[in-house]
Ligand binder design. Structure first.
Ligand SMILES: [Zn+2]
Ligand SMILES: [Zn+2]
Length: 382
């Protein structure tokens, strides 16, 4: 099972009901924060209190957080990170944490050639994550200051080249592929290139297909010995004395499908190349069709554009978010996305606090936040 808590659904300018970006991915192997715009820690602790009221106190325990994954450097996605990290420190965190963020090939080349103190090229955007990392290091975002191990990584999603700032950001080490959080075993996370005015990526959190579990009841009913059960559970067939063969596959339940969530961050309409089947695509839909020219100019998407991306990557479900403050009612965005999607893809718009849950069989539902808790909705197929 996996769950995504969508804690901010505004674009860069928040409204009275929508805050800037920030989500929490939850699975049994840990939590991953995807983006943390200003005020993120407040939204996180509110969501946690709500969960406690619903008798689900453990799910969002901060010491379960294994990673923070940034989609890009715009401040509506990053400005809440350092305060959040400092609160984790005040709470006495001991567990290590990895922070991932995308950068450009030019920045990586400069770091490669000139080392940790490299000067960024003149044309570098002010929202470049290397600039932000450096200011955060200065402001206390290091292992020594925070009191827990923090691993800062910058990478280039297209090439898979990643650099890590080690020893309180005094040295660099290079990775040929993105290191995974230690706690991840059946889950993994991958950065997928997107197209925005600064280096950007989507994040895919996936679990690989799993074999069904050994059917103990069936084995017991068949009167099999300990030894035989062990052999079959290891996937080895047994040839019996009478020549009959006990097949391991007959004692195994149905396999669990691969599943994943992709969170786009900000991006122009484009085709994305996921690394695993997409169960839920959470995509920005900053504008409606009447502002498609603005979407093009600022490298954002319309709701219809998000839907075309969902169709292109064969997503089972699409959740639209990151709405312009001008949008009065997300229902308009839903109507425009529906015109593109057809029958095959589930669809919903997100509000702050909504949860998207995918069960063991890859079925997704949305839990819509309300004053009194959450109400469960199917992702409607239009
Ligand atoms: Zn944004
Ligand atoms: Zn942006």
């Amino acid at each position: 099972m996996m769950e995504l808590h969508i804690l901010g659904t505004a674009s860069a300018r928040p409204t009275s009901t929508r805050s800037v970006s920030g989500s929490v991915f939850a699975c049994q192997e840990g939590l991953v924060i995807i983006d943390a715009g200003e005020g993120f820690q407040v939204r996180y602790s509110k969501q946690r209190s709500r969960m406690k009221r619903e008798d689900e106190p453990a799910l969002l325990r901060p010491n379960r957080i294994v990673a923070v994954a940034l989609t890009h450097g715009h401040l509506d996605h990053t400005w809440g990170l350092l305060p959040f990290l400092q609160t984790l420190s005040l709470d006495g965190r001991q567990q290590p944490l990895i922070v991932y963020g995308p950068t450009s090939p030019e920045i990586l080349d400069t770091l490669k050639t000139d080392g940790i103190d490299a000067t960024v090229p003149l044309n570098t955007a002010s929202a470049e994550l290397l600039n932000q990392y450096r200011s955060w290091f200065t402001l206390g975002g290091t292992s020594t200051h925070l009191g827990y191990e923090i691993r800062w990584m910058l990478g280039e999603p297209r090439s898979g080249r990643w650099v890590e700032f080690i020893d309180d950001a005094s040295e660099l080490i290079w990775h040929d592929s993105m290191p995974q959080p230690d706690a991840f075993n059946t889950f993994r996370m991958d950065s997928i290139p997107t197209h925005h005015s600064v280096p950007s990526c989507a994040w895919q959190l996936s679990r690989r297909e799993r074999k069904g579990t050994f059917d103990r009841d069936k084995a017991a009913l068949a009167g099999l010995s300990q030894e035989e059960r062990k052999t079959l559970s290891e996937g080895i067939d047994i040839e019996q004395k009478n020549g009959e063969v006990l097949r391991a596959s007959q004692f195994r339940g149905a396999s669990k499908p691969a599943m994943s969530v992709v969170i786009s961050g900000d991006t122009a309409e484009q085709s994305i190349q996921p690394v695993a089947p997409v169960t839920v695509l959470v995509h920005e839909a900053t504008f409606l069709n009447d502002a498609a020219d603005k979407a093009d100019a600022y490298l954002h998407s319309t709701a219809a554009g998000a839907a075309r991306t969902a169709v292109g990557c064969k997503a089972d479900n699409l959740i639209i978010t990151h709405f312009s403050a001008r949008l009065r009612d997300a229902e308009e965005a839903i109507i425009e996305a529906t015109e593109v999607l057809g029958q095959t893809c589930g669809l919903a718009s997100a509000n702050d606090g909504d949860r998207v849950r995918i069960d063991e069989n890859g079925n997704a539902i949305i839990l819509k936040a309300s004053e009194s808790g959450w109400t469960q909705h199917n992702l409607s197929h239009h």
